[in-house]
Write a protein that binds this ligand. Structure first.
Ligand code: DC
Length: 221
């Protein structure tokens, strides 16, 4: 039987950094479900689809094939066969993904793919609805949070490190908007599963968070 760890939480809480590290240490496969939603969002941008138009997005999503491949342990997102891993980490894609991920057709498209991956592999899957909807029977469920200010500062530092110019206040506002979209949408809103363990990373280092979650996992393995 595959061992499944679900890590949910708001944008910028550190889910992917933590999950990636932990997956390596536990020798699990890391599945970044946000990247799949970003792949679909990128397709909509490239094809000039209005993200506010649910009918148009739902129709177009039939033409999208998102899959995940692994190369030397790193996850690659394939959009209709093309590796788009580098193209999905922009504010434009973030904003589009926040809108399109609220639509039923988009979520249904990814649900089976995510469940299949978890049934066949020991996975550490991160997202918004993994513990509540995708893997309600996950062996470990973590709800990873951090304050808006901390999350905005982390995103800001990431952009600066990449040499991109950005505005801290604008990032903060963007995070608040995305939190609101993710938490108030009708289908699979972001919320802590009843049986999830909450970890607030605001004042913790990456190492501390990894250690804490690893200890929780080891107790259940
Ligand atoms: O984690 P992220 O920022 O890469 O996610 C991109 C968007 O996709 C974000 O607006 C929330 C959405 N998402 C979702 O609705 N459900 C998931 N399981 C993962 C991400």
């Amino acid at each position: 039987m595959a061992f499944n760890v679900a890590i949910d939480g708001p944008a910028g809480a550190g889910k992917s950094t933590i999950a990636k590290r932990l997956a390596k240490e536990l020798d699990f496969i890391y599945v970044d479900t946000g990247a799949m939603y970003r792949g679909i969002a990128l397709y909509m941008i490239q094809n000039g689809i209005d993200g506010n138009n649910e009918d148009a997005v739902s129709k177009e999503v039939e033409n999208v094939n998102v899959s995940i491949a692994y190369e030397k342990g790193a996850q690659k997102v394939l959009l209709n066969g093309e590796d788009v891993s580098g193209k999905i980490r922009t504010e434009e894609v973030s904003a589009m993904a926040s809108k399109t991920s609220a639509y039923k057709a988009v979520r249904e498209k990814l649900l089976d793919l995510q469940r299949d991956m978890a049934s066949q592999n020991n996975v550490l899957m991160d997202g918004r609805d993994i513990g509540t909807t995708i893997l309600p029977n996950a062996d470990v469920k973590i709800y990873l949070t951090a304050s808006v200010e901390t999350r905005a500062k982390r995103r800001y530092d990431e952009y600066i490190a990449k040499g991109e110019s950005c505005d801290l206040k604008a990032i903060e506002e963007d995070i608040k908007t995305r939190d609101h979209n993710d938490m108030t949408r009708e289908i699979s809103p972001l919320k802590k599963a009843e049986d999830a363990i909450e970890v607030d990373s605001s004042y913790m280092t990456i190492d501390e968070v990894v250690e804490e979650i690893k200890t929780i996992c080891k107790e259940k393995m």
